[in-house]
Design a protein around this ligand. Structure first.
Ligand code: UT7
Length: 330
């Protein structure tokens, strides 16, 4: 049996930090409200001249260095992102040129906050099918570019960042299974206007939009998304455990999507998983979309909480709706 094994992790956060207190200076919100309702204390934001590929490159270089391998030895690059620098070429192709991995397969997957898990699932299949031996999987987003900074119900939630792993084909267990789902009927609850009908980038915001004309912005019905997320994440964890014939006592670390501490707590309560076994970075990063799970993974690998041989359960939920999970022997 061939498994994709994680041989290196990396991440990248932009330098600029925006705290709740600073946000509350210009917005009808407060540090107390944001912390109590979401668990978020601060988030990192890109500089004006930084884009998604800059963060992806930082995370990729850190993951390659941790793995001790050269970019030129990669067979495949998969980037999960909903905020590509351009309509095309893909972020993966731009990243490939930056790190010098020319010739290998490279493409993006778009599953919003589930982007990294989807990318990992695709990479897993390439390795199992013997189509790739060494793969770079990245989750990178600059969601701050999709925010209406006058909409307190969305702009306080998101941050920018990137996380990456290098996978290598191995006979020793690594990624044991991935589980990917979508329900396209949830579109009206979470979406960003914008597309290329008639050859023009078109953004048709609602008439009451306070954001400047043509500005792409995240539209979300938070309460409904919250409810759907808790149900979907509970189900995906159960599906993953049952597919592998194990129960939650075998999980050393749950690495959930970092959207809201209350979603994480509701999911773990429902599943009977202790919060001591959960990696939580939402306080420092906010919701970094596709970057959230690999950023949390890299944080806990680097601070020594995650050790070789441990069993990890990664899960995420995002626009689409999409949701997914991965069971990983680290
Ligand atoms: O990555 C996946 C996608 N996103 C998510 O997973 C997000 C899921 N949803 C959530 O995390 C939560 O629903 C939110 C954090 C977005 C909102 O929390 P909530 O507890 O569901 O609050 P709510 O939307 O019911 O709003 C409660 C009140 C409202 O005021 P009224 O109508 O009760 O007077 C809001 O206007 O809180 C108000 N409010 C705020 N107040 C201060 C909403 N945003 C803010 C804010 N500061 N930033």
């Amino acid at each position: 049996m061939i498994y994709p094994r994680i041989i290196g992790t990396g991440s990248c956060l932009p330098e600029r930090i925006l705290t709740n207190e600073v946000l509350a200076r210009d917005l009808d919100t407060s540090d107390d409200w944001i912390r109590e309702r979401t668990g978020i204390r601060r988030r990192h934001l890109v500089a004006d001249d930084q884009t998604t590929v800059d963060l992806a490159e930082g995370a990729a270089r850190n993951a390659l260095a941790a793995a001790g391998v050269e970019a030129s030895t990669l067979d495949l690059i998969v980037v999960g992102t909903a905020t590509p620098d351009r309509i095309y070429p893909s972020t993966a192709c731009r990243l490939q040129a930056r790190i010098g991995a020319m010739g290998c397969t490279a493409f993006d997957v778009q599953a919003v906050c589930t982007g990294f898990i989807y990318a990992l699932g695709v990479a897993e299949k390439f390795v199992r099918a013997k189509s790739a031996k060494r793969v770079l999987v990245v989750g990178a987003d600059t969601h701050s570019r999709l925010l209406d900074w006058s909409d307190r119900s969305t702009c306080v939630l998101f941050g920018d960042g990137a996380g990456a792993v290098v996978l290598e084909a191995s006979s020793t267990p690594g990624v044991l299974s991935t589980h990917l789902h979508a329900d396209g009927s949830g579109e009206s609850l979470l979406y960003v206007e914008g597309g290329t009908p008639h050859g023009k980038v078109a953004i048709e915001g609602p008439p009451d939009a306070k954001a400047p004309a043509g500005k792409a912005r995240t539209m979300m019905k938070g309460k409904e998304v919250f409810r759907f997320a808790v149900r979907a994440l509970g189900r995906i964890v159960e599906e993953t455990l049952s597919a592998n014939g194990i129960d939650q006592s075998r999980i050393d670390w749950l690495i959930p999507h970092q959207a809201n501490i209350r979603i994480i707590e509701a999911t773990t309560r429902q599943l009977g998983i202790s919060m001591d076994k959960v990696i939580v970075t939402v306080g420092e990063h906010g919701n970094t979309s596709a970057a959230s799970v690999p950023l949390a993974l890299d944080t806990a690998v680097r601070d020594g909480r995650i050790e070789p041989g441990q069993m990890l359960l990664l899960e995420a939920f995002g626009g689409g709706f999409t949701w997914g999970s991965a069971l990983v022997r680290y």
